[in-house]
Design a protein. Sequence first.
Length: 148
Amino acid sequence: MIRINRVELLTYGHATEDESKVLKAILNLLPRDLAKRVNTVKQIVKGHYGNLITIYRIVLRGRDSIAFLEYLATRLSDTEKNILKLSFPLRYNGHAKKLYLRFDKQQLFLGKIVLSDGDDVVKVVISFSGRGSRGDVLEILRKYGVVK
């Protein structure tokens, strides 16, 4: 049976961005109680032109992964849920058993959760383990209310 293994949230902060705003954006994807206790790992790297880039990463496992999905379901509009359902075949890699989502970082800072295909995003990778089909993964998303 297929199940959720972990959820990874990742975003980039550039030297021109306010770190507190970047953190607020990524933490706005989480329920308040989880956002208060989650460990955000920061890694500073250099870009191609020597500019500093901060990578922010949060990894959720077990019950925290489920709490994330339940919270996401309450925050996504019906339109976003339909977009996710329709684009599911493009977002899910059955070999890797991973679902890839991208949310607009600017909208997250404002407290809105909006799917995006742009560059300034918070990436979310939901990893699954066990045996199951694409349909089983879609059913898990339906169970938690992420898709209709």
